[in-house]
Design a protein around this ligand. Structure first.
Ligand code: FAD
Length: 318
């Protein structure tokens, strides 16, 4: 089922969903199943599966210089989506990214996804990898999520890269995109960032999922700004519960988000990670309750592959 359809069918009731990461290369899928299983009682209509580009592979040329030859990617997203649908009878939403993919590889991946009966994709640019200072696409790849979005929308109209194709089948993906209540770190300002989000809607995006945030006021202000700018598609807040003490400094660095004073102080005063986790759970439950009142269609949790924290939060809410 399409994400937009499950939101419509819920008739203003807030739904529960979560995101998982493919295991590191070589690790088993079973720990992932064990992380999903306890969350199924909260009836998620969909589960997101991220995609990861890990690093560049270089080859040393005769003149001694290093030549970038390809990107190492973490496998699993497509297989995990199929396995989840098979085992749990729930829709899986693969993330698809620009980074590391040529347009042809993207086209082929989308064909695989549609053959598997996957109806939703979250379209993203992807982050720069550790070895690159700024994001750089493959020579024949997409630079922005908007470019990748155009390709998916074209395929939804039956337009493939080879325009000579005789009987191309139109795919029917429902398309999610990313939004940033505290601004994407590269955007010069919030207004410009919202302008590009609006562009995603104009190009055919069906819904938005946000970056994590810890301050509901910032989220609500941003949603109101988006609405004023004419963004009408559903916006789904993404929430990450704090689970360790050091996350209050790590998360702002990685995700370019702020931790409110009260939360930072409460975590700093904790003696152990176990205490910090309890503070994180309580904060996230409170955030979730307020967001339900604000009328969000879905509460989407970043589980980071572990279910115990998200289960405690969901138990208090759903
Ligand atoms: P874009 O929309 O392309 O935006 C990037 C920057 O360019 C922004 O500053 C924007 O304002 C600007 N911009 C946008 N469009 C244009 C345009 N047409 N012209 C000029 N400027 C433009 N990363 C992964 O690698 N794998 C994942 O699975 C993954 N999942 C995520 C899930 C969610 C819900 C979120 C919020 C993020 C996720 N990310 C993931 C991280 C994401 O890839 C990064 O935040 C990345 O830096 C930006 O992605 P984007 O799709 O927002 O990019």
């Amino acid at each position: 089922t399409k994400v937009t359809q499950v939101i419509k069918d819920a008739q203003n009731k807030t739904l529960f969903s979560f995101e998982i990461l493919p295991p590191l290369k070589g690790e088993s899928i079973h720990s992932l199943f064990e992380a999903i299983e306890p969350l199924m009682e909260f009836k998620p209509p969909f589960i997101d599966v991220t995609y990861h580009r890990e690093e560049y592979i270089y080859k040393k040329r005769e003149n001694g210089l290093l030549e970038k030859i390809s990107t190492r990617k973490r496998p699993g997203t497509v297989g995990i989506c199929a396995a989840i649908m098979n085992r749990f009878h729930v829709d899986a939403v693969p993330h698809i990214i620009c980074g590391g993919f040529t347009k042809e590889e993207t086209e082929n991946a989308l064909i695989d996804l549609s053959f598997l009966g996957i109806e939703n994709v979250l379209v993203l640019r992807g982050d720069p990898i550790k070895t690159e200072p700024t994001f750089s696409p493959e020579p024949d790849g997409h630079h922005y999520a908007t470019d990748l979005l155009k390709q998916v929308c074209n395929m939804n109209k039956g337009m493939y890269l080879d325009e000579e194709m005789k009987t191309p089948i139109a795919t029917e993906f429902c398309i999610g995109v990313a939004g940033y209540p505290e601004k994407h770190f590269e955007a010069p300002n919030l207004r410009t960032d919202i302008k590009y989000l609006k562009k995603k809607q104009e190009l055919g995006a069906d819904y938005v999922v946000t970056q994590m945030f810890f301050d509901n006021e910032k989220y609500c202000d941003w949603v109101n700004k988006c609405r004023e700018e004419g963004i009408t598609i559903p916006i789904i807040p993404g929430l990450k519960p704090i689970t360790t003490k050091k996350q209050i400094t790590v998360l702002p660095r990685i995700f370019h988000i702020d931790i409110p004073d009260a939360l930072a102080e409460a975590v700093e005063n904790c003696k152990t990670d176990a205490e910090a986790k309890q503070v994180g759970i309580e904060w996230c439950i409170q955030q979730s309750k307020e967001l339900m009142k604000f009328g969000v269609p879905v509460l989407h949790y970043y589980s980071m592959g572990k279910s115990d924290t998200v289960k405690k939060i969901a138990s208090a809410l759903f």
